[in-house]
Design a protein around this ligand. Structure first.
Ligand code: DX5
Ligand code: ZN
Length: 217
């Protein structure tokens, strides 16, 4: 599966979000990862549907919206209307996952299921045939700039194994502490979609950073 880089807006300039989005687009990247936190599920507050709608007016990027919310089902419609292209919910969040994932698709978006570092990968096994993406957190949700959790690599490998054995085609995305070197480890384990916040926005040469991801085998 073709590798995709999804720079995380969390590491962008919050006073000039549109400029940060343009920076992503200008470097030939196709996806933008947007972290939504409610201060309950994750100990931070970030963006709302209004921000996503405003940025939608400025960009054609694929908006990969990662909901770190206690009750994600209450907000998926608002984010879909705001212009999300993909919406991922957490398996640890309090909602009917099967129903919420189906509603995300019915709203015209790709859906995703996310697992925290402490959550076993088996918790999403029964959902695999109903998702477009599985997002493996390689840090505890909340903040950018944390260290990559190498002990998450076996989860990626297991997902890749299930995908192959069952003839499924969901993407495997990793999020947290992803840079060129940890991305390669994730790629070898079977990941194809890479969220990079700090590593992208602090890169001395974002164009070659993006190019390396695009060509990653
Ligand atoms: C963490 C977020 C990540 C974050 C990653 O809660 O889900 O998307 O922006 O940031 P880096 O790439 O800096 O670890
Ligand atoms: Zn994220």
């Amino acid at each position: 599966m073709q590798s995709i880089l999804a720079p995380s807006l969390l590491a962008g300039d919050h006073a000039r979000l549109a400029d940060s989005v343009a920076r992503v687009e200008n470097f030939g990247v196709k996806w933008l990862h947007i972290d939504i936190m409610d201060g309950h599920f994750a100990p931070n507050l970030t963006f709302g549907p209004g921000t996503v709608a405003a940025l939608r007016q400025t960009s054609k990027l694929f908006f990969d919206v990662h909901l770190m919310l206690d009750e994600p089902h209450r907000y998926i419609e608002a984010f879909a209307k705001a212009g999300a292209d993909g919406i991922s919910i957490h398996v640890e969040s309090d909602c009917d996952h099967v129903e919420t994932l189906a509603r995300i698709r019915a709203l015209g978006c790709k859906n995703g299921i996310t697992i925290n570092p402490a959550t076993p990968v088996e918790s999403v096994e029964s959902l695999l045939s109903s998702v477009d993406m599985v997002l493996v957190m390689t840090v505890q949700p909340g903040f950018g700039g944390q260290a990559f959790r190498r002990d998450m690599l076996p989860k990626i490998a297991r997902l890749a194994e299930w995908r192959l054995d069952r003839g499924l085609d969901f993407r495997i995305e990793v999020d947290g502490g992803v840079d060129l070197s940890t991305a390669k480890e994730c790629r070898s384990a079977g990941a194809d979609t890479f969220v990079a916040g700090t590593a992208f926005f602090r890169a001395a040469d974002p164009a070659s950073f993006a190019a390396i991801f695009a060509g990653m085998k």
